[in-house]
Design a protein around this ligand. Structure first.
Ligand code: EPZ
Length: 423
């Protein structure tokens, strides 16, 4: 397994370009199942999860080709309506093929995603919504089997705001007969990006960006060309990197409006964040001058759970105590044990982290446990004294494109040690 070797303590400078959003790309790739012909998606990041979703679609018979930062996906040749366990277990977002397949073909067989490091992450709301739309859902040998002659519009109330649940149901409703209303819908920018793409495909959707989304089903959708939004979590991760290393960097190809909660919260730590040249200028305070502050993760537009681990790394070096409450997932503090190995002083009780800032973090061998935990270890390592060797960075490769190249270009001392031991 590849590792990352980081020598911390350097101040960074220069410009970093943000890649397309993983969590926008995945539902948009699944949405190509809804229409005949070739869809072209631009600004697609080169990530493991994108490769996995491509494998899921190719396994169904789709024709996929990569073209300079874009993907061409033709689902005319879809013959197999199944998303197999061996693929779904590596990426739970494969469940996003369920709604589109039932909507277009009237049947689908998708493996239940199984457990996940950060929480149980059930898909009961996805299935409840499809049942309300008339799908017959059965569970068989670890698979969800869904059948419907034609889905019909329904009013669906999600008692928890679910991002991929909203996306699955919105895609299913796009081809259903009649009107669907999704109440307590997720409002994340990635949900909005999918809705905008579906409208371009000919879908009839209103309430985008609100918690009530209405979809008037149509009989057919057409293939499109579409450029996906930039990754707001990668943007927040680089703001944290600049903040913890006392650096002055410019972040380009990002969307400031999608990171307002992140920017507001990180400003409270003393980081200067402003819009500049269509991007975001970030100036971190001198090391040791970070202020503590408190964070509660919430659905959008609140502070995103996907930035919680990176914030805890930053707060580990603040001059005081920060309280972090993770409200979305029940087990999303696995980065804490690794940060403690670097000298961080963090206590966890009832899903609340008390982060008492220390004067310095010390490089150490650490292990990535999930995607955003691995990002937090990179943030910490860049400010730690000495060398940090991060193992199992396949977690990081799921959601960050060329992160070592981007950090090196900013002057960071980081290198990938490949499984074969070569640098
Ligand atoms: C999406 O996951 C993101 N993934 C996650 O990003 C992100 O952390 C999460 O939304 C929250 O923002 C993608 O978009 C591919 P949820 P998702 O359904 O849709 C519960 C990353 O790091 N729930 O919004 O799976 C669930 O257990 C990843 O990029 C149910 O109970 O998350 C959780 O507690 C990690 N039943 C809460 O809702 C359901 O049917 C929010 O989950 C669905 C969800």
């Amino acid at each position: 397994m590849d590792k990352l070797l980081i020598k911390g303590g350097r101040q960074l400078s220069g410009t970093v370009e943000i890649s397309g959003a993983k969590n926008a790309a995945l539902p948009l790739m699944a949405s190509t199942i809804l229409c005949k012909g070739e869809t072209v998606l631009w600004n697609i990041p080169n990530l493991r999860d994108i490769e996995t979703m491509s494998e899921v679609l190719a396994n169904m018979g789709a024709d996929i080709s990569i073209e300079g930062g874009g993907l061409r996906i033709n689902t005319d040749t879809l013959i197999n309506k199944e998303a197999p366990y061996e693929l779904v277990k590596t990426m739970r977002a494969s469940v996003l093929t369920l709604g589109p397949m039932v909507a277009r073909f009237g049947c689908a067989k998708v493996s239940l995603p199984g457990g996940c490091a950060i929480g149980a992450r059930p898909i009961n709301l996805h299935l409840m919504g499809l049942e309300k739309m008339g799908a017959e859902i059965t569970l068989s040998q670890g698979y969800v089997v869904a059948k419907a002659k034609r889905l019909k519009g329904a009013t669906i109330y999600c008692d928890i705001s679910t991002v991929t649940g909203t996306e699955n149901l919105m895609m299913a409703a796009a081809l259903a007969k009649g009107r669907t209303v999704i109440e307590n819908a997720a409002r994340e920018p990635e949900v909005e990006d999918l809705a905008n793409a579906l409208i371009k495909m000919g879908a009839n959707i209103s309430g985008i960006g609100t918690t009530t989304i209405e979809i008037e089903g149509v009989d057919e959708l057409r293939p499109i060309e579409y450029k996906i939004i930039p990754d707001r979590i990668e943007t927040g991760t680089f703001i944290s990197i600049a903040g913890i290393t006392g650096s002055n960097i410019l972040i380009k190809n990002c969307h400031y409006g999608h990171v307002l909660a992140i920017a507001e919260k990180l400003r409270e730590t003393g980081i200067i964040i402003s819009e500049e040249q269509g991007g975001i200028r970030v100036i971190g305070p001198t090391p040791g001058a970070l202020h503590p502050t408190d964070v509660k993760t919430l659905p959008y537009p609140g502070f995103p759970t996907d930035m919680q681990a990176q914030f805890i790394a930053l707060a580990s070096l603040a001059a005081g105590t920060s309280i972090v409450k993770e409200t979305i997932f029940e087990n999303r503090y696995m980065h804490v044990a690794e940060l403690r190995r670097m000298g961080a002083n963090i206590e966890i009780e009832d899903n609340i982290a008390t982060v008492r800032g220390v004067k310095r973090l010390l490089g150490a061998p650490v292990m990535a446990t999930d995607l955003r935990a691995s990002a937090s270890l990179v943030v910490a390592a860049l400010a730690a004294e000495g060398e940090t060797l991060i193992d199992r960075i396949y977690h990081l490769d799921r959601g960050y494109e060329k992160i070592e190249d981007k950090i090196s270009a900013l002057g960071g001392n980081i290198q990938r040690i490949r499984q074969s031991g070569t640098v």
